[in-house]
Design a protein around this ligand. Structure first.
Ligand code: ATP
Ligand code: MG
Length: 572
């Protein structure tokens, strides 16, 4: 490819609304363009990299006998109604009606569709196991589309689904896919960690996320320094923190004017935070949930969701919901409150271990001191559960070791579904004894476009992207210092043609730009290797070979270029 023909409109300035490095550099390098919030076009450079990621995925899927298919993006409402997810999926699902007023959505995921697709044809145990996958655009009207391709509303996902006879079969399909994902992300050059993940409403340790570690990641990963325990913080199990026993003092109301936050209360009453408790009011499936944790702890919303068997992720309760539940925001505690059909109280285990603590008095500008939860809460009216976020003050739930925390970008997730969809959608096969059984299913996703962004988040410097070789849009750029100089162009073209013939993915920067501009673009776009052809080097029959990652530049005799390129690429 010649750079003069390449459609890569680079920008000198960083676009104002681009808030992470991958988005900034992809916009500046002319790789992507924004069409609307969270909706992007991929220009040739980005698309080339995407195709390389897809090629790696295809190879690894073939290695575990997963077969590629392509399902419709448009999905009829009926299959989602049958599975029960039409109503719980919420505002993230992009829905529309056709001219006959039938309802559809743009697929955010395809469990319903794949189950519907295979259930009429896969009828015998002899046809199992079966794993199918596709690479396709997915649609989610994210609450906060941001960070460019990291969290977009239209994005490219590889989604796979496995069908097995029994749990043992699912276990094999799951781990085959898990290991294939490890190979995919390693081959893409990512620095990643598989972590235990929330398996939603299904329960059990049935899911792993693949986290590309990077500061811009939106997920928190808790990991042990001593063993290989690593988990999304959402499922990290906190320990129960005991407090020193004290004589129980009398529950007393005190005035706390305008002290709406726990910090303000602690300050007004000169209390340490761990002698206070704080309330977070959430809305889960239309139920208002009061979640109580110690003042120095944070609420884990996913743990709250599980504690109340919620089908969807909690959201902050609105002012109206608070009022409907009779709650006075900023001054809430479980003292004197009762659960109803639409109001639940979940108390963290460590709160139950507090003595003479401070919490809301359930009226404006007032708190209680000397709350003793075991004495003062209506015990039959509360759910006690581990709902605080685990921290590095906790110990490893596995080995008792020291915990660390890191930011991760979720680039993939594998999931044991069991029979959730085969039961609701009647996907059954006849077993060896002729009896009908639901398929035992798994589902597995890779964020293909997010993987591209994650690679840039991990590998860049102040000048631009530093692509891992495997997914670089081009592996090598050949830069004649002066494209108007015929001798330079001739030597450069020869090197370019020879590399191309040897199977190297190479670009010739034949643009009649100043050398400085070409170097800047080469650094910004991030080709792993740059070959510079100048008058000086030519006189000694050599060129300069520069590695983007290390900045190391060496002179190489023209006759040795091919070997030097191959050798250096192999180290990247
Ligand atoms: P997240 O928690 O980040 O919203 P998710 O857990 O909802 O993601 P999955 O349903 O597991 O996502 O989808 C499979 C993969 O698709 C994810 O691991 C992620 O890499 C990718 N993905 C999900 N949502 C987006 C998005 N809005 N933009 C880009 N990629 C996404
Ligand atoms: Mg996920």
């Amino acid at each position: 490819m010649l750079a003069s023909k390449l459609y890569a409109p680079t920008l000198r300035e960083t676009p104002a609304d681009a808030d992470v490095v991958s988005q900034q550099y992809m916009l500046r390098a002319g790789m992507i363009r924004k069409m609307a919030g969270g909706i992007y076009s991929y220009l040739p450079l980005a698309w080339k990299s995407i195709r390389k990621i897809k090629a790696i995925i295809h190879e690894e899927m073939a290695s575990i006998d997963a077969q590629e298919i392509m399902m419709p993006i448009i999905q009829p409402a009926e299959i989602w109604q049958e599975s029960g997810r039409w109503n719980v999926y919420g505002a993230e699902m992009i829905r529309f009606n056709d001219r006959h007023d039938r309802s559809y959505c743009l697929g955010p995921t395809h469990e319903e569709m794949i189950t519907t697709l295979v259930k009429d044809e896969v009828k015998s145990y002899r046809q199992l196991p079966l794993t199918l996958y596709q690479i396709q655009n997915k649609y989610r009207d994210e609450r906060r589309p941001r960070y460019g391709l990291m969290r977009s509303r239209e994005f490219i996902m590889k989604d796979a689904y496995s069908f097995d006879l029994d749990e043992a079969g699912l276990d094999k399909s799951y781990w085959d896919m898990y290991h294939a994902y490890e190979r995919v992300f390693s081959r893409c050059g990512l620095y990643f960690k598989p972590v235990e993940a929330d398996s939603g409403a299904i329960g059990g340790s049935n899911s792993h996320e693949f986290m590309a570690l990077a500061d811009s990641g939106e997920a928190d990963v808790i990991h042990c320094d001593s063993c290989d325990y690593a988990a999304n913080i959402e499922i990290g199990k906190p320990s129960v923190m005991k407090q020193a026993e004290e004589p129980l003092l009398e529950l007393t109301e005190v005035a706390t004017p305008d002290a709406k936050t726990i910090d303000a209360v602690a300050e007004q009453l000169s209390l340490p935070l761990d002698k206070t408790m704080k309330a977070v009011v959430l809305s889960v499936d239309g139920v208002v949930v009061l979640a109580m944790v110690r003042g120095d702890h944070e609420v884990n919303e996913i743990a709250v969701q599980h504690a109340v068997d919620g089908g969807v992720e909690p959201e902050m309760a609105s002012e109206e919901e608070l009022q409907a539940a009779g709650l006075t925001g900023g001054f809430i505690s479980p003292v004197g409150l009762k659960q109803t059909e639409t109001f639940k109280i979940v108390v963290d285990e460590s709160v139950m271990e507090m003595f003479n603590a401070c919490g809301g008095a359930n009226k404006k500008d007032a708190h209680f001191i000397n709350i003793n939860p075991k004495r003062d809460f209506n015990l039959e009216d509360i759910i006690v559960a581990p709902i605080r976020l685990i921290t590095t003050d906790d110990v490893c739930p596995n080995c008792g070791g020291h915990l660390g925390i890191a930011k991760g970008i979720e680039v993939g997730q594998v999931f044991k579904l069991g029979t959730k969809y085969s039961e609701s959608l009647n996907g059954t096969f006849l077993d060896q004894n002729g009896r009908p059984n639901p398929y035992i299913m798994g589902s597995y996703g890779i964020g293909v476009s997010r993987t591209l962004a994650a690679a840039i988040e991990q590998f860049h410097d102040e000048n631009g992207i530093i692509w891992p070789r495997a997914i670089a849009p081009f592996e090598v750029v050949v830069v004649p210092i002066n494209a108007k100089d015929e001798a330079l162009m001739e030597a450069s073209t020869k090197i370019y043609e020879e590399l191309k013939a040897a199977g190297v993915d190479v670009l010739l920067d034949d643009r009649k730009e100043r050398a400085g501009v070409k170097f800047k673009d080469a650094d910004l776009i991030g080709y792993p290797l740059r070959i510079t052809v100048s008058k000086n080097t030519l006189e000694s029959g050599a060129v300069e070979l520069k590695t983007r990652k290390t900045g190391e530049a060496v002179e190489v005799a023209i006759a040795d270029v091919q070997k030097a390129v191959a050798d250096t690429l192999n180290t990247l």
